[in-house]
Design a protein around this ligand. Structure first.
Ligand code: NAP
Length: 249
């Protein structure tokens, strides 16, 4: 299916993992994709991988907490493609496993800055270029529904993303839909420290109803649906893509 033909999509933190999976699926569905991450080398390599699949792609280095780099990302995209239809704000950090009250202030700030604030600032820059019928997708986490367990401050920022989705959907309607994906566990570099233990991996698999971890392809499929006109009456929602892990009713 080529549901995204003619659309231009910007995906942050997309040179590997879930962001790359989303960019790849968008490209295969016909979108021109603009990928980015902090390191130019990673950007260049990911561009080549996508080009090899016949995808129309441009790569721009962008650390999402850097105002000038966010502006460059948007300006260069508009220079080349004239408009933007889809934005996926995917970047996040998880620098600590400390309990909440043991977490350094600088770490609390960093989690807030990258996981929540950078999405708002990016969308501020993008908003003037979004066309009618455009779609924004934020990336939360199953952890955003499991507060009080591990990764406290990370989980709190991911709960904030659920609220951010609702607030932005109201503010950006009716021309732009804003939705969110809450992935379960996907074996990427990000989740490596958890999933490299067979025991933890099995415990997590057993928490799903489908007895498996997620894949970046699962996330790409969900994002392509939300970005496409198939989801044209859906806004302010979060799609939990977690194999049935406990989340909400
Ligand atoms: P990943 O495989 O580790 O990939 C991270 C990507 O982000 C890389 O391309 C990295 O490239 C880039 N990046 C890191 N910091 C960045 C920054 N400050 N600005 C721009 N790019 C940055 O991570 P992932 O597992 O795909 O995670 C992606 C998203 O999914 C995150 O929001 C995460 O919270 C969420 N999530 C993941 C899981 C999971 O199990 N994996 C579960 C739930 C939610 P550079 O090093 O070149 O910057």
């Amino acid at each position: 299916m080529k549901r995204l033909q003619g659309k231009v999509a910007v995906v942050t933190a997309s040179t590997q993992g879930i962001g790359f999976g989303i960019a790849e699926r968008f490209g295969l569905e016909g979108a021109a994709v603009v990928i980015s991450s902090r390191k130019q080398k990673n950007v260049d390599e990911a561009v080549e991988r996508l080009k090899a699949k016949g995808i129309e792609v441009m790569g721009i280095a962008c650390h999402v907490a850097n105002a000038q780099q966010r502006k460059d990302l948007i300006e260069k995209t508009v220079q080349k493609y004239k408009h933007i239809d889809i934005v996926v704000s995917n970047a996040a950090v998880n620098p600590t496993v400390d309990r909440l009250l043991a977490t350094e202030e600088s770490v609390l700030d960093k989690l807030w800055e990258i996981n929540v604030k950078a999405s708002i600032l990016l969308l501020k820059d993008v908003a003037p270029y979004l066309r009618k019928g455009s779609s924004v997708i934020l990336i939360s986490s199953i952890a955003g529904y499991q507060l009080g367990q591990a990764l406290s401050m990370y989980a709190i920022t991911k709960t904030a993303v659920l609220g951010l989705t609702k607030a932005l959907a109201a503010e950006m309607s009716p021309d732009t839909r804003v939705n969110c994906i809450a992935p379960g566990f996907v074996p990427t570099h990000f989740a490596d420290y958890l999933l490299r233990s067979d025991a933890i991996r099995t415990t997590i698999e057993n928490q799903t109803l489908l007895n498996r971890l997620g894949t970046t392809g699962d996330m790409g499929a969900a994002a392509a649906f939300l970005a496409s006109d198939d989801a044209s009456y859906i806004t302010g929602e979060t799609l939990v893509v977690a194999g049935g892990m406990p989340s909400r009713l």
